[in-house]
Design a protein around this ligand. Structure first.
Ligand code: CMC
Length: 436
């Protein structure tokens, strides 16, 4: 029996009210304020939701103090060694790891729906040269609703497995097509005989003049990276998905919003920003100067790939990626000078009181880009890779949100603009407009 109280007492305007404290399965506690406004006339104020749990969820558990990340109760450390990304996608979307038959059926479903509608292929021709693939991807995903209209929440019940599988499969095809278009090469179609990650690498790198050799090691690394990015509970893009989805927008438009949110440099866009930063520091040669800049409050420069809203210790995903990065580069005998710079930054930052006191450690994005470079993935595709991996997480949250009968998300605000008295007289000399 817990000694902790199960109510909180709030005194407001001379009135005392009891608010229930709810506890999650791992001991997280929250004051339930769902009836606060009805009982007191007050709302809570929490910009950027630093202290707000927006929902109950069974999908992902994070302990930011201890550096723990589990999907459906299973630690990521076990998932990366024992299963493939497709099984993790199934785990997130369906709640359990698939048995052998479910795995085969799910893979077959992914294979069957990997082809893009041929008419959509022509869309790629009309984006300007140099368009960022994240912009192309979010636009294309949105357009899917026009081709596969039965993805609204009401018609979804019978179709949910198919729609989710189509999305997980087709997004990979779109991403590879966007890349091929950007380099002016013919697109490569998906193949039924290849696994999810092998198929993606093949669509990216196979060409009519040089067939792509699929290396088991590269496929394994991609699986690891995708698994580690597959979900991260209520992050910015997932919150966008849950918020937009709560208006009963169709699945594709909802996911497109998630992709847009992910593209920002403070979120998924950080993996590209890290490499750009490492290159800049390498060219300059003075690591300490950039550490000083990151600490300077008058300088907007930040160490990209460092810090996290939830983790106040080493991000467990970054720990695995760093290990995999060292081992993979050694195995393929590839020396990346940017890895040397990254190591120097980490060593310096982790002993500097500025970073230590603020609990700023490398996050998932710090070493990811170096691994993607070693796989041959171009920099402007890094955030697209994040989006492919995060898709099962977004879908799982969308399903959970819809299944829980979530009301439309609609926060309140505290208005601090002009009052009516302050604007009195502003309209006095204006005649009513009869003709517009
Ligand atoms: N470099 C230098 N100082 C930093 C950094 C950094 N990367 N991150 C945080 N700080 C400082 C910040 O200036 C503040 O200092 P003070 O208390 O003196 O004002 C303190 O640490 C707390 O930072 P915050 O901005 O209030 O923390 P937050 O929780 O709002 O932001 C973050 C989290 C991830 C946006 C931020 O750490 C950041 O901008 N990091 C760099 C971008 C990045 O790597 N993003 C990827 C995040 S992980 C993957 C994902 O979410 O997609």
């Amino acid at each position: 029996m817990s000694e902790k109280s199960d109510t909180a007492t709030l005194k407001i305007d001379g009135q005392t009210i009891e608010l229930p404290i709810v506890t999650g399965s791992e001991g997280d506690r929250a004051v339930d304020i769902a009836n606060l406004r009805a009982r007191t006339g007050c709302v809570t104020l929490d910009p950027s939701f630093m202290n707000t749990a927006a929902c109950y969820s069974r999908i992902t558990y994070i302990d930011g103090e201890k550096g723990i990340l589990r999907y459906r109760g299973i630690p990521i450390e076990e998932l990366v060694t024992k299963v493939r990304f497709v099984e993790v996608a199934y785990l997130l979307v369906h709640g359990e790891l698939p048995n052998e038959e479910q795995r085969r059926n799910f893979s077959a479903l992914l294979n069957r729906h990997s082809l893009l509608h041929e008419d959509m292929r022509h869309f790629f021709d009309h984006f300007p040269q140099g368009a960022h693939p994240m912009h192309i991807l979010s636009t294309m995903i949105n357009a899917l609703a026009a081709f596969y209209p039965n993805v609204d929440l009401k018609s979804l019940d019978a179709d949910v497995e198919l729609s989710c599988a189509r999305l997980i499969s087709i997004v990979r095809t779109m991403a590879a097509f966007a890349y091929k278009k950007s380099i002016g090469e013919p697109v490569v179609y998906p193949r039924h005989d290849l696994s999810y990650c092998a198929n993606f690498l093949n669509m990216m790198f196979d060409s009519p003049i040089q067939p792509y050799q699929i290396h088991h090691d590269a496929v394994r690394i991609l699986n690891v990276l995708f698994i580690l990015h597959a979900d991260h509970e209520q992050n910015c893009s997932t919150t966008a998905v849950r918020t937009i989805g709560s208006a009963q927008v169709n699945l594709y438009a909802t996911i497109s919003a998630g992709i847009s949110a992910l593209s920002g440099p403070l979120h998924g866009g950080a993996n590209q920003a890290v490499i750009e930063m490492l290159r800049m520091i390498q060219e300059d040669g003075d690591v300490d100067k950039f550490i000083r800049m990151a600490k300077d409050k008058n300088n907007s420069f930040r160490l990209m790939g460092f810090g996290h809203r939830v983790y106040k210790t080493y991000d467990p995903r970054a720990a695995i990626i760093k290990r995999e990065c060292d081992a993979y580069l050694k195995r393929i005998k590839y020396h990346d000078p940017l890895l040397d710079v990254a190591r120097r930054i980490e060593e310096t930052a982790l002993t500097d009181p500025y970073f230590v006191d603020r609990h700023l450690y490398p996050n998932v994005d710090f070493y990811t880009g170096i691994l993607y470079r070693a796989l041959g993935i171009p920099e402007n595709m890094f955030t697209v890779m994040f989006a492919l991996a995060r898709l099962p997480g977004w879908i799982a949250h969308w399903k959970e949100m819809a299944g829980a009968g979530t009301k439309i998300v609609r926060p309140r605000q505290i208005y601090i603009g002009k009052t009516e008295e302050e604007t009195s007289g502003v309209m006095a000399n204006r005649e009513p407009q009869l003709l517009w």
